[in-house]
Ligand binder design. Sequence first.
Ligand SMILES: [Zn+2]
Length: 376
Amino acid sequence: MFDQGLTVLRIRGIPIRLHITLLIFLPYIAYLAASQFSVIAMSLGLPREAMRLPPLAWGAILAVGLFVAVLAHELAHSFVALKNGVKVRSITLMMLGGVSWFERDDPEHEAWMAFAGPLMSFGIALASYVAFRLVPAPTELGAALLAFAITNAILGVFNLLPAFPMDGGRVLRGLLLRRVGRARATRIATATGKVMAVIFGLLGLLSWNFILVLIAVFVYMGASAEQARSSTRDMIRGIPIARFMTDRLGVAYADESPRAVAERLLRDNLVGARVMDDPHDGEDRREIGVVTVWDLARQLERGVAPVTVGAVMPVDVPRARASDDASRSIEALASGEASAVAVLDEGEHVIGIVTPAEIQRALALAGALGGLRAGR
Ligand SMILES: [Zn+2]
């Protein structure tokens, strides 16, 4: 859905990325934080004349602090994931907060993984509140600490609302999992998410709260996408991935130009090519991977295509055995992380690929014919 953004640092190997929308949004958050700061300073009996910094400066400090707090919130999710053996691809900070990208779902630990973030926000809120109490007389710093405590507490509470894909919705799904199974748990959580999205949307429109309307759209789209992914997963569960495979593959040499390979695939009506490495003296060329028409098209559209197919070829193509359950490969394809899954035979040779288009084609036919298992 979003571009990944610019990597600014790595924490325990996790790339932390800043999304462009964050930079656009930060001044707005600073403005909101400044007005919140003014209200709190006034309630503490702090006259404007006594302040060293204008409220807008405090707003900017609080806005940056808030995004650091959001990063801590996301890191809490990520550390629980790492502890359960789930790799974290990256954390992206964007306008509506942070998103952690995990390598795979972990239904077993989802509730705890989702709860860790809000728990961190509450922890930050509590620490700021304690620091506020320790500041002797009402000062600007005290007002800022109190504002920070309140914002983080709100962040924690808001994230715990059962609005899938927000944290609370994930906690709900994780808790339901054992009682009703994954498919029903997802159905309940995403349906609740959609209801919450409508409520957010109405409240946002009534109160002219632009952020709340955006969150409503984000929640609604996220819940719909997860529901679609989940029903696809259900439909193809237990079916060997080879049933969705296409073997319309050509051959490409790693040192060929992407354009030449693309032209050949188009002419021969193929969906991809096995890539063979450069010949070493005397040795035969070895198969080093696969490249799909989608990989080639994406690179050629960018204009500055690398000179060789070897450089275009994705390095981390997910692999599956022909007999593997197709539902296990759906995550990588549905998230857009991979353009194809390579299907291997017993001798680790690529015998075909599965792309989202192949699965959609099979599902469309199965829908018309009344079920995948009945087909064929
Ligand atoms: Zn969270």
